[in-house]
Design a protein. Structure first.
Length: 855
């Protein structure tokens, strides 16, 4: 790969090389400490501390002796240094959950999963450097102190990050006048593990090579307001990605909560803004995304006057100076080779485009129509038939499977073209509580040749035929769209009773190489009791030109099993014919008030908070700060909430004991496991038993009241029930989620329980190797749903507003209306390779005391 540093070619000036050409050339600049080296300034917190100054000299010696290519020596950090790291780590981690961008949080989690980041020890640069090398090619080079802009940016050009190893003075763990190891690792490293941010950093570095001092300082200022203090828009919220913000608890909290200093990203404005070292910045520049910043940097780099033209060769990781014709021709030859490779790709794509252009003539040759053999079918009587072409049955509900439903001169070619047209239409990923798959727009908005032929059949003859053979009057409404399922996609249990749907049909046009082991089976579910489905009665393997159809009724529950194949795609047309709406009976389950089913707080004698909770969350200042955050956000994430010995004992007890779990449904609402009654007893699970009691105790209620500011959670130690009140209480559920488990939005609860507030606490025992792609995250929705393009609300949900991250020893608190839609994302079968392929979910709903109506 060739990378030319963006330049104004008319501005080349004769000059001598004064910048590194290869990584080993960085050694000289890394020893030129600009400030904050081993010699401390008079106003430094550690200036009068002889022991601290001696320690700085010891660590500085490592940097002085280091040369590129050496293995970075470990530092044996003292107990005092580790305590400082822990204080910074704990406080920042709490803030990051609310204010850091997703890519930072994602990589921070990876660092924790690989045991590189934890509050228990200061990471070693060698280990972190290896992690970055695997992620983005960045490496760490230990330095004594703050380098000049020229030397620091030169390192970025080679994907080398110059990093200090010392820890700030312990007198004030939350302030440092210099970039210590807490700032470097907790602020910068998670972002350097992001490919786009790594590219941005390298491009700023490359632009600095051979540039004038003025241009280098300007680039340094751009870096300062991006990599150090940059903010970005995510899900309509401003989030931090700059290390200066992410490593400073006070500035991060002040900046994100005040929300007054944000400005639109503009290079000219940045260059006129002062960089402030000893106080908060006067402005923070908001970008739409990292690529937006990269484009601004490239535009600015083109204005730079440099002494020599340079080219970065990523194959050999060296900078080449193009100072003679021979080098220039060699660079052009290399560039030609790369252009040829790109041209070949474009050619192949153009050949595909030509094929698309010939689709119409190909489709014209593939005239299709409804198969006449089904013309005289009668589905008004018993649906019991099995032959070469038809499988029909009445239970669990009336359904027919019709093979070779369409006929034509060349059906294989037609379906081949249809699959290409569907992919070319760029189906959009649809992911809600119920499903995950790719879907096209409604066919009324598509007009490609093969789709048009399909519309002509299903909009007319097939609709009339369905009305005749079923005896169901149908109106003009037809919903028709294609769905493409790939690895990990699914559709969970539902009955299709939405907006006047009377007949549902699925035309499968998946290639015939599909097998049951590939997943994607259409599964028809049987109701065992009342109207609740709990087991699969029939399955339909995806196959080309097979139509499955059924009448939409009270118990027409069906689902599509998760796709297991990593290479194949499942193609189908999903459609509904509509008629007059049917009045169905209400759910058999009456929804009671949460107050009617809660347990009173219990007494725990001889127990105290410090026996269970991380001491950081018992600090009065931390509680006060969390209280303010919760008042604004109505949510908080408490990392490492329980003491390590408590959490580890809980995890060990649950994983090592033969606890009896039973499946819990019904499937159209949920599918997970709950423990048998008294499974967590004091004999087999002593720690789990104590924690459950603690979470329901008066001690916990009073702590939560102080932490959240919800005073009505507090339990009066002398008098629990007052004459005119309903006391506070809680209801707990301990759930096991493994492969195929989920919980869906409960429509009954959302409809019938408005203005009933609760504090929901979610805590997980989860394997450290659990990845977000496996699912299992709890999602909270808010707002009004919009109708989808089919004109109904089955696929419509408000945007995500919050989620409980699935991390070990994380307690999430959410204050919400009981009517807020909530669900746990489907857990994929990819977890089955884990040593422990499940997680345990503690879900406790706390209800405040309420005044009763005295009238």
């Amino acid at each position: 790969m060739t990378n030319f540093s963006s330049v104004n070619v008319s501005n080349f000036q004769n000059g001598e090389k004064n910048f590194p050409l290869r990584k080993k050339d960085l050694d000289a600049g890394a020893k030129r400490v600009h400030m904050y080296g081993k010699e401390l300034d008079g106003d430094h917190p550690g200036f009068k501390d002889n022991n601290y100054r001696k320690r700085r000299m010891e660590i500085a010696k490592i940097a002085q002796e280091f040369r590129y290519g050496d293995e970075i020596p470990d530092v044996e950090y003292t107990q005092e240094e580790t305590s400082t790291w822990r204080a910074v780590y704990t406080q920042l981690k709490m803030l990051h959950q609310n204010y850091a961008c997703k890519r930072y949080l994602r990589n921070f989690s990876k660092l924790e999963q690989q045991r590189l980041f934890s509050e228990e020890k200061v990471p070693q640069l060698k280990d972190v450097s290896n992690f970055l090398k695997d992620c983005t090619g960045f490496e760490i080079y230990p330095v004594e102190g703050y380098l000049s802009a020229k030397d620091f940016l030169a390192g970025l050009a080679f994907r080398v990050f110059h990093t200090t190893q010392y820890v700030r003075h312990p007198s004030d763990p939350f302030y440092s006048p210099e970039p210590d190891v807490c700032h470097e690792l907790l602020g910068h490293v998670p972002m350097f593990a992001d490919p786009e941010f790594a590219q941005l950093s390298q491009e700023i570095g490359l632009a600095s090579l051979g540039a004038s001092e003025t241009d280098i300082n300007n680039l340094a200022k751009i870096y300062f307001f991006t990599a150090e203090f940059g903010v970005i828009v995510e899900d309509d919220q401003i989030k931090a990605y700059g290390a200066g913000l992410l490593s400073s608890a006070a500035e991060l909290k002040n900046t994100m909560e005040q929300n007054k200093k944000f400005k639109t990203f503009d290079v000219n404005t940045i260059l006129q803004t002062d960089c402030i070292i000893s106080d908060y910045q006067n402005a923070y520049f908001v970008s739409l995304n990292i690529q937006d910043v990269i484009q601004h940097v490239r535009l600015f780099a083109r204005t730079i006057t440099r002494s020599l033209p340079v080219r970065y060769n990523a194959f050999i990781e060296e900078v080449e100076v193009l100072d003679n014709v021979e080098k220039l021709f060699q660079a052009v030859d290399n560039l030609k080779h790369e252009i040829t490779c790109i041209r070949n790709v474009i050619y192949e794509m153009s050949e595909f485009t030509k094929l698309n252009a010939n689709y119409r003539s190909g489709v014209d040759e593939c005239a299709i129509k409804f198969n006449e053999k089904y013309e005289n079918a009668n589905f008004q009587g018993p649906w019991l038939s099995t032959n070469e072409d038809v499988t029909a049955f009445e239970k669990p509900f009336k359904c027919a499977i019709l093979r070779n439903f369409l006929t034509g001169s060349n059906m294989n070619e037609y379906f081949h073209i249809l699959r290409k047209e569907i992919l070319d239409s760029k189906p959009v990923l649809k992911e809600k509580d119920l499903f995950k798959f790719y879907q096209t727009k409604d066919f009324s908005a598509l007009s490609s040749p093969a789709v048009e032929k399909l519309k002509s059949v299903f909009y007319g003859p097939v609709k009339e035929w369905f009305s005749k053979v079923t005896g169901i009057p149908l109106d003009d409404r037809v919903a028709l769209a294609a769905q493409v399922y790939s690895h990990g996609n699914y559709l969970l249990c539902h009955d299709d009773r939405v907006g006047g749907r009377r007949i549902a049909f699925i035309l499968n046009f998946t290639e015939n190489s599909w097998t049951p082991d590939d997943g994607g089976l259409l599964e028809l579910l049987e109701c065992e009791t009342e109207q609740y489905p709990m087991k699969v009665k029939h399955t339909v393997v995806p196959s080309e030109n097979v139509l499955t159809c059924f009448e939409v009724v009270l118990q027409s529950f069906h689902q599509v099993s998760e796709i297991r194949s990593k290479t194949k795609k499942r193609f189908s047309i999903q459609g509904w014919y509509h008629g007059s709406e049917i009045e169905y009976p209400m759910s058999l389950r009456s929804l009671s008030s949460l107050h009617q089913s809660i347990d009173e707080p219990i007494d725990m004698h001889d127990a105290d908070l410090k026996s269970f909770i991380n001491s950081a969350y018992l600090d009065k200042e931390v509680i006060s700060w969390l209280n303010g955050t919760f008042e604004k956000e109505s949510k908080m994430d408490l990392m490492n909430f329980f003491k390590d010995d408590v959490y580890n004992a809980m995890y060990r007890e649950i994983c090592s004991n033969s606890i009896l779990w039973k499946i819990y449904g019904p499937m159209q609402k949920r599918l997970y496991y709950v423990a048998e009654k008294n499974a967590f007893n004091a004999e087999s699970c002593p720690t789990v038993s104590k924690v459950i009691s603690f979470l329901k105790s008066k001690l916990m209620f009073n702590y939560l009241a102080e932490l959240t500011g919800l005073d009505n959670l507090a339990v009066n130690k002398d008098v629990y029930y007052l004459d005119l009140s309903v006391g506070c209480g809680c209801k707990e559920e301990i759930r096991k989620f493994g492969s195929g488990c989920y919980s869906l939005i409960d429509a009954d609860e959302c409809t019938n329980s408005e203005n009933e507030m609760l504090l929901e606490a979610i805590f997980h025992l989860v394997p450290e190797e659990w990845d977000e792609k496996y699912g299992g995250v709890t999602i909270f929705h808010l707002g009004e749903a919009d109708e989808d393009e089919h004109g109904d609300n089955e696929y419509a949900l408000p945007e995500y507003v919050n989620e409980s991250n699935l991390l070990p020893n994380l307690l999430t608190l959410v204050y919400r209306d009981r009517a807020v839609p909530t669900f746990v994302k489907y857990v994929t079968k990819d977890v089955e390779h884990l040593e422990i392929p499940y997680f345990i979910d503690f879900n406790i709903k706390y209800v405040e005391s309420q005044s009763m109506d005295t009238e």
